[in-house]
Each structure stands twice: as C-alpha cells, then as structure tokens.
Write a protein that binds this ligand. Structure first.
Ligand SMILES: [Zn+2]
Length: 228
C-alpha cells in the first residue's frame, strides 16, 4: 500500500478494499463519496453488509422492507462502481447481540485479497449500536491479519451542528484526530442514495449532513497502516 496525493491530501492507494457496514444504505449515505474516490483511482471495492435494514422506521410495509432494501443495495453498489456485495441476514438493530467471533468469520469470508478495510468510525458516527458492532468486527478481523482499517468520520463541528439542529447523536472528531480529507464526487453519491428510495425520500438529517460537509469527507486510521 502506498500513499498518494489526491486533491492535496495523501490517501492510501490499494488494489483491493473491503467495506464492512451494518445496513443497506451505509455504503451510500455514509461512505458513498469515499468509495467513489477509491473506485476512481482503480481500487477494486467490495462491500459486506451484515443486515437487511428491515427494522428501519422509514419505508412502507415492514414485511417486505428487508427484501426491498437488498435490491436497493445492489442498485446503489452498481451506481458506485462496487464490484461485489455480500448481504447477510443478521437482525437489524441487534447486531451487538451476535457473537463477535461469528461476525469476524463473515468478514474473513469476504476479505479475499483486501489490503485495507473501511468502516464507520468508533462510536458508529450516527451513534447507532449496529454501526459500532460492524466496526468492532472489522477491527477484530484486521487485528488478527495485521490489516489497516480506515474509519469514515465526521468533523466535530459538523456533528455538533447536526445534533443541535436535528436532535441527532452524531459522534464527531477534533481536527487532530482526522488523518485524511478527500474531495468527493457528490453527484455519483446522490445517484447511489436515490437507489435507496425507501430510505432517502424523507431524510432531512442525511441532506443536511451532506450540505454541511460540502465536497469533503474525512477519514481516520482506526488501525494503523503498516509501519505506523
Ligand atoms: Zn446504518
């Protein structure tokens, strides 16, 4: 893995990247801009998602929501240029109740030749316990295999603003805790977001977050790169 300059900031250049997330839409609503930047630089990106997101309070009939969200995930992944998606059926909202060892095994099944893992920041960014658990699984696998893990993070100012305006529980980071800032293609991310129609139609928190972030996304090492 080498570090290359993209729009004035140094980011890891890797052949294969595995994304580990909890819900269909995490890869687009949260990570879509970052994934697009890696895809544009020739990285082979794969996504592992632990739940069908069937417990969402957005969307219509809960009986069919899990199936619908699986289809939305496939469409969004194509829009982002993701090569493969693996979707598991762990219970949405209860990922923390699943043995960590089992989730780590699922990560191992998809890791292939990944040189780098990408997950939500510690604290889950939005504060959702499923996000926290997915990141724990990524970190536990990566620690065993000595792989680096990048965390998608929010600047503290953005989190504070969102929480004040919208009553959310975002977890932000001070600037000295953020390792990379990426300029991202929001147009493609928005196309991927639109694929998750059951979740994106009435989602003021999402649109306000993107507005506050502008064209920048922020990353931090959760598990350091080789040599660190
Ligand atoms: Zn989520």
């Amino acid at each position: 893995m080498s570090l290359v300059d993209l729009a004035g900031s140094f980011v890891p250049k890797v052949g294969e990247l595995l994304v580990v997330c909890a819900h269909p839409d995490d890869e687009s609503f949260g990570l879509g801009g970052v994934l697009g930047a890696f895809v544009d630089r020739g990285t082979h990106v794969r996504v592992l998602c632990f739940t069908h997101g069937e417990a969402s309070t957005l969307g219509t009939d809960p009986r069919f929501l899990g199936e619908r969200r699986a289809q939305e995930l496939d469409a969004a992944a194509r829009a982002l240029g993701v090569r493969t998606v693996k979707l598991h059926g762990y219970p949405d909202g209860h990922l923390a109740a699943v043995e960590l060892e089992e989730l780590v095994a699922r990560v191992g099944e998809e890791a292939g030749g990944a040189e780098l893992l990408l997950a939500f920041d510690l604290g889950g960014v939005t504060g959702h316990p499923d996000h926290v658990r997915a990141t724990e699984a990524a970190l536990a696998y990566a620690a065993e295999r000595r792989l680096p893990v990048l965390g998608w993070a929010l600047p503290k100012a953005v989190a504070v603003r969102l929480n004040a305006e919208l009553g959310t529980a975002f977890v932000g980071r001070a600037s000295d805790e953020l390792d990379f800032t990426l300029e991202v293609d929001r147009d493609r991310q928005v196309t991927a977001i639109a694929c998750h129609a059951s979740q994106s139609g009435d989602n003021p928190v999402l649109w306000r977050r993107l507005e506050l972030l502008g064209t920048s996304e922020h990353l931090r090492w959760l598990l350091g790169p080789p040599g660190s």
